[in-house]
Design a protein around this ligand. Structure first.
Ligand code: ADP
Length: 175
């Protein structure tokens, strides 16, 4: 079976991530989206919350699985027999960092793990999880950046009250 892993922080998953997931799921028989449990970052959402968000967002794509991992991607990939890691490229600024990771993973895995880059859909090229969090923390509108149920969860984390009847309108009254 032709399978791949899409690793990342997904804190939270954005429409840009979802676009990559949909496209990669058409290229591979099975795609595993895997949330990295990275202790060096302080996430907004726990690993379980991030996994649940991804499961909910991909529930209609039958060949997508969601799980989490900790430690080195190469060790996890060897254990699960993944030969391809998917990463998204938004702009040239992603390239240097992503190339470094891709080459390191090839070296650490003795060539067993390759990285396949998908270029982001142009409409999502500006999107990042950190941007979404920053906008939401100030009560800004993130409805064009993440699915609606994710926006609700992000606002809830910041204690921001939003009126559902005003599509796209966000009120930043603190609870
Ligand atoms: P990481 O902390 O591993 O960079 P992210 O969750 O930020 O995790 O991103 C996971 C992957 O998704 C990375 O390859 C990143 O470049 C890609 N990505 C992030 N945002 C987008 C986007 N808007 N469109 C396409 N790919 C994206």
């Amino acid at each position: 079976m032709n399978k791949a892993v899409y690793p990342g922080s997904f804190d939270p998953m954005t429409l840009g991530h979802l676009d990559i997931i949909k496209r990669a799921s058409k290229i591979f028989d099975e795609l595993t989206v895997s949330v990295l449990d990275n202790h060096s970052k302080t996430p907004l959402f726990s690993v379980d919350e991030r996994v649940n968000i991804l499961k909910e967002a991909t529930k209609d794509i039958p060949n997508v699985k969601v799980e989490s991992f900790s430690g080195l991607l190469v060790d996890y990939a060897r254990e699960k027999d993944f030969k391809v890691s998917i990463r998204g490229l938004r702009a040239i600024t992603d390239l240097e960092y992503e190339l470094q990771i891709a080459q390191t993973n090839r070296m650490l895995s003795s060539g067993a793990l390759d990285t396949l880059f998908l270029t982001t859909a142009a409409e999502y090229s500006y999107l990042s999880s950190s941007g979404v969090k920053e906008i939401a923390s100030f009560g800004g509108d993130i409805l064009g950046c993440v699915p609606r149920f994710v926006a609700d969860l992000v606002y809830a984390k910041y204690g921001i009250d939003k009126h559902d009847d005003l599509a796209g309108e966000v009120h930043n009254e603190q609870k």
